[in-house]
Design a protein around this ligand. Structure first.
Ligand code: GLN
Length: 458
């Protein structure tokens, strides 16, 4: 509307970042660069040449490369490393005049559910500073929720966009696997990773999606399918068919208020003329184990490149090649990352490959097939995003298994490869927000965004 310039908008966000420094959401702020760019974009707006993201001030999770800027995946091992090229998503948002304001804190190499695994300190929940924001994209979630920028990009391997979005009360979108290029995303588990947006509205998520999605020569896993104009089609056909998994609703760890909220949503959807049925899916207990067998295997391979030679940190006490590798890795990686590398190496080792990795792959296929069976008869699967609201800092750090169970409802979409969203519809009596999750079949991103928009704008 022209009521505010990009320059003063950027200035506003920059001062909010300073005021909220204690949240530790940003690892670095590109202050001058953002302001200089904002001036150029203001001129573009005046002369009518501005791109579709003019006015969008965006934060980038610290595992997405931006040429000439540091990127660390919140790890000591990448301290001092600057990106040699930009991620495809970065090039695409810049081409549409987005302003990148800084890089956001996250769990080291995107491994975690609370942002407590960052080598640069944890992120605080913006409403209750004694709570975690969720993870691994905790900084990206808080940056949007606390109005430190308009939107952020995160990555989701098992829930890292949706879970913190749920904890912080914003929209978090995990695209279909192969919809968005992973070029320039520091990999964790390549057959699960997707980049996606955190926003206040579904409309903004749709806008970012139509810009970042689509074929890319640099990533052969990206689909060649055309990208629909998601923002132009935010109205859904009437009468969706929605399934909810009985075992998810009956899950013993599910907070009673979240359950009640979901029951209310189901009743509302029915009242609005949609079909909502419960379905049997007795495989929920296999999700988290399959996820952790396969993602740690992929992580152990992906993280082999951080060896004290190619990138970032090298141990001061290394004296030859073997000690360069071992000491640099021992000192450079945090505990959780090391745990996963060792677990992944174990499940891939000759004696255990069949028992773990191969079996995990078979189980993944089964879970994909069984989920797709549901999608034969239903447009969407509805569930909670998280079993509870944001928890206290330190509460789950001593028990990795308990932390891994945080992902109980979110890993399914990554195992299957389908798209999923967390919508901030819930408010708990403890004052914290929580989300509901909708999943849709692969490449039905358009339907998922449209239906989500409808739910949020009733
Ligand atoms: N919390 C999950 C994990 O620790 C998911 C992380 C992610 O999606 N990057 O692996």
């Amino acid at each position: 509307k022209g009521s505010i310039s990009c320059h003063s908008l950027t200035q506003g966000y920059l001062s909010r970042i300073v005021e909220n420094k204690h949240l530790n959401a940003f690892l670095e702020v590109f202050e001058e660069e953002a302001l200089t760019r904002a001036k150029v974009i203001d001129e573009n707006l005046q002369n009518g040449t501005a791109g579709r993201l003019a006015g969008m001030v965006i934060g980038l999770k610290d595992n997405i490369c931006y040429q000439g800027h540091s990127v660390s995946a919140s790890s000591k091992i990448l301290r001092g490393f600057d990106s040699l090229f930009s991620a495809t998503v970065v090039e695409r948002i810049l081409a549409e005049d987005a302003i990148i304001i800084g890089r956001t804190n996250c769990d080291e190499f995107a491994m975690g559910s609370s942002n407590e695994n960052s080598a640069f300190g944890n992120v605080l929940h913006h409403i209750d500073n004694s709570k975690v924001p969720g993870g691994s994209s905790g900084g990206s979630a808080v940056a949007v929720a606390a109005d430190l920028c308009l939107a952020t990009l995160g990555s989701d391997t098992g829930g890292s966009i949706r879970q913190p979005a749920s904890f912080c009360g914003v929209v978090g979108y995990k695209p279909t696997y192969g919809r968005v290029s992973r070029w320039g995303l520091i990999p964790y588990a390549s057959s699960f990773d997707q980049i996606g947006p955190f926003t206040h509205t579904v409309e903004d998520a749709a806008l970012l999606m139509e810009i970042i999605a689509g074929a890319d020569e640099q990533d052969s896993t990206v689909s060649q399918k055309d990208v629909p104009s998601y923002t132009k089609q935010l109205t859904l056909k009437k009468g969706a068919k929605i399934a909810y998994i009985k075992d998810c609703m009956e899950s013993p760890g599910l907070d009673p208020e979240i359950k009640k909220h979901l029951e209310g949503q189901i009743a509302q959807l029915r009242a609005d003329g949609h079909t909502v049925n419960s379905v049997d899916f007795p495989y929920i207990d296999y999700m988290v184990p399959v996820y952790y067998v396969l993602t740690t295997a992929e992580a152990s391979s992906n993280l082999a490149r951080f060896d004290g030679v190619h990138y970032g940190y090298r141990s001061e006490s290394a004296t030859d090649i073997p000690t360069t590798y071992t000491k640099s890795r021992t000192e450079g990686f945090g505990e959780e990352v090391k745990r996963r590398i060792m677990l992944g190496t174990f499940v891939l080792s000759a004696g255990y490959y069949d028992a773990y990795y191969r079996k995990g792959q078979k189980a993944r296929r089964l879970l994909q097939d069984k989920t797709n069976d549901i999608f034969e008869s239903y447009d969407f699967i509805l569930s909670p995003t998280t079993p509870h609201t944001a928890f206290e800092i330190g509460r789950k750090t001593t028990d990795p298994t308990e932390m891994y169970l945080e992902d109980i409802f979110t890993v399914q979409a990554n195992i299957v490869g389908c798209c999923a969203i967390s919508l901030p519809t819930g408010k708990h009596s403890n004052g914290l927000s929580f989300g509901i999750q909708l999943m849709a079949p692969s490449f039905k991103d358009q339907d998922l965004l449209a239906f989500s928009h409808q739910i949020m704008n009733k």
